[in-house]
Structure formats: structure tokens, C-alpha cells
Design a protein around this ligand. Structure first.
Ligand code: NAG
Ligand code: NAG
Length: 233
């Protein structure tokens, strides 16, 4: 009986811990809005500080320009324009953001992870091959689909995903994420273009490659420009 009680209390503590972890990211807003400000005065919070509500205006919730195609003139033939809390300060604490993806024929957004958000993609133009791979526990299963205009596909948080234009024309898609700041971990750049670089022999063994191939990948990924459109103010 005592053992059972201890077991139950242990479970309750575990559950409490688990739920406090869950509320650690993009918590529900505690006010109507919390428009981000840069004025930190040495204080940091989980997210951004809020502007004085009396000073908030419509422009804090507004961004214009997502009708403009991004520049796909790069090795990957793609471009990502994010509208997150960095472009709409009013998104602070709201837990949503969206992006425009442009693809030249043959272009792709290479395998990557969003560490803080699940994602939806909506194809507006062209033909995309998209997919994600489940974790080890779920046998690294590939879930993949060819998408046409009007098609929507969902990507669970934290799993490796990719998007590729397999059509003969440009492709355009909109991505929606459940975070004001979903983050991105591009697999190739993270492993082969880190600063400083990860030990070459370690990577060669990890990926069953010879050291020269790893050096080649490190040269490519270290010098590669970012496909994410920079935020210019
Ligand atoms: C924060 O600072 C950056 C550059 O210092 C500026 O471009 C941006 O507009 C600022 N954002 C806000 C919400 O004040
Ligand atoms: C993973 O593979 C094992 C062994 O084949 C199988 O028993 C299990 O059901 C699979 N799990 C999933 C989620 O596919």
C-alpha cells in the first residue's frame, strides 16, 4: 500500500514537472498583447519585453511585402521570408508566425528542424515534394507527399523536414508555425558549417565518409550564404 502511494505521488510530481516544462515555451498570453520592445535595461525574459500598452499602434501588428518573391539565385534555388516576432513585434507571446517560401525549378529547402514549433505548409503555385522523418522510437519512418496548389501538409515539431520543387515552373508556398520564433536548425550547415568546425575525423566516422569528403562538405557549408531573407530595417 505504501509502495503504491509512493508510486502515485511520484507520478503526480512527474506530471507536474512535465506540465511546467510544457508552459516554458510560447505560454498563453497573460494580457491582450505584449508588443516586443528592445529596451531591456539588463532584464531578460522568455521572449521579448512588452511595450507600454498605451503606446501600441496598429503598425505593431502589421507587415507588408509578402507578395514580393524572395531571391532564389543561390545553390539551393530557394528563399525563405519569415514574418515572425522580429517583423511583427505584436506577435510577442502569441505563439504564431508565418513564412513565404519561393523555389526556382529544382530548388529546395534542405532538411532542417524547427526546434520550437509544428508547421503547416500551403502550396500556392507549382509542385512540391515535402516530407518529414519520425524519430528513432518510431523507426525513422518517412512521411512524404507531392503537393499541388491548394494542398496543405503538417510537420510535427522537432522532426527533420524538407521541401523540394519537382515541377518545371517556380513554386510558391506559405508556411504557418505555432511559435512567434520557431527557430531553424539546418542539418547540413549545423553539422558541417558550425563555428568552430566539428572535428573532421569525428564527422568522417559518424557519417561513414572519408576525411576529404568531410573537408569538402565543411568548405561548402562554411562559405554558404543563408537562404533566409535578412531583416533590414
Ligand atoms: C530593435 O532594434 C533593431 C535594431 O537595433 C531595430 O531595427 C528594430 O526596429 C527594433 N525593434 C523594436 C520593436 O523597437
Ligand atoms: C517499429 O519497428 C518495430 C520492429 O519492426 C515494430 O515492432 C514497431 O511496431 C514499429 N513501431 C512503429 C511506430 O512503427
Amino acid at each position: 500500500m505504501k509502495g503504491l502511494l509512493q508510486f502515485l505521488i511520484g507520478k503526480i510530481i512527474l506530471l507536474a514537472l512535465a506540465s511546467s516544462v510544457v508552459t516554458c515555451y510560447d505560454p498563453s498570453p497573460l494580457q491582450d498583447y505584449c508588443v516586443a520592445t528592445n529596451n531591456t535595461n539588463g532584464v531578460f525574459v522568455n521572449g521579448r519585453l512588452c511595450k507600454d500598452p498605451k503606446l501600441v499602434t496598429s503598425n505593431d501588428f502589421y507587415f507588408s511585402g509578402l507578395n514580393t518573391p524572395g531571391n532564389t539565385n543561390n545553390r539551393l534555388g530557394s528563399s525563405v521570408t519569415n514574418v515572425d516576432v522580429r517583423r511583427i513585434s505584436g506577435l510577442n507571446t502569441l505563439g504564431v508566425a508565418l513564412s513565404r517560401f519561393d523555389f526556382a525549378p529544382g530548388g529546395q529547402i534542405p532538411p532542417h528542424i524547427h526546434p520550437r514549433a509544428s508547421q503547416l505548409i500551403l502550396v500556392l503555385e507549382g509542385t512540391l515534394l515535402v516530407g518529414f522523418v519520425s524519430s528513432n522510437d518510431y523507426n525513422s519512418t518517412l512521411f512524404s507527399k507531392v503537393l499541388y496548389p491548394g494542398d496543405v501538409f503538417a510537420f510535427p515539431v522537432g522532426l527533420v523536414q524538407f521541401h523540394a520543387n519537382i515541377g518545371k515552373t517556380n513554386a510558391v508556398a506559405i508556411g504557418a508555425v505555432g511559435s512567434q520564433n520557431p527557430g531553424v536548425v539546418p542539418i547540413g550547415k549545423t553539422l558541417f558549417g558550425s563555428r568552430p568546425l566539428i572535428d573532421t575525423r569525428l564527422l568522417a566516422k559518424a557519417f561513414a565518409l572519408d576525411v576529404n569528403t568531410v573537408r569538402y562538405l565543411q568548405r561548402v557549408f562554411s562559405s554558404e550564404e543563408n537562404i533566409v531573407t535578412p531583416i533590414v530595417n
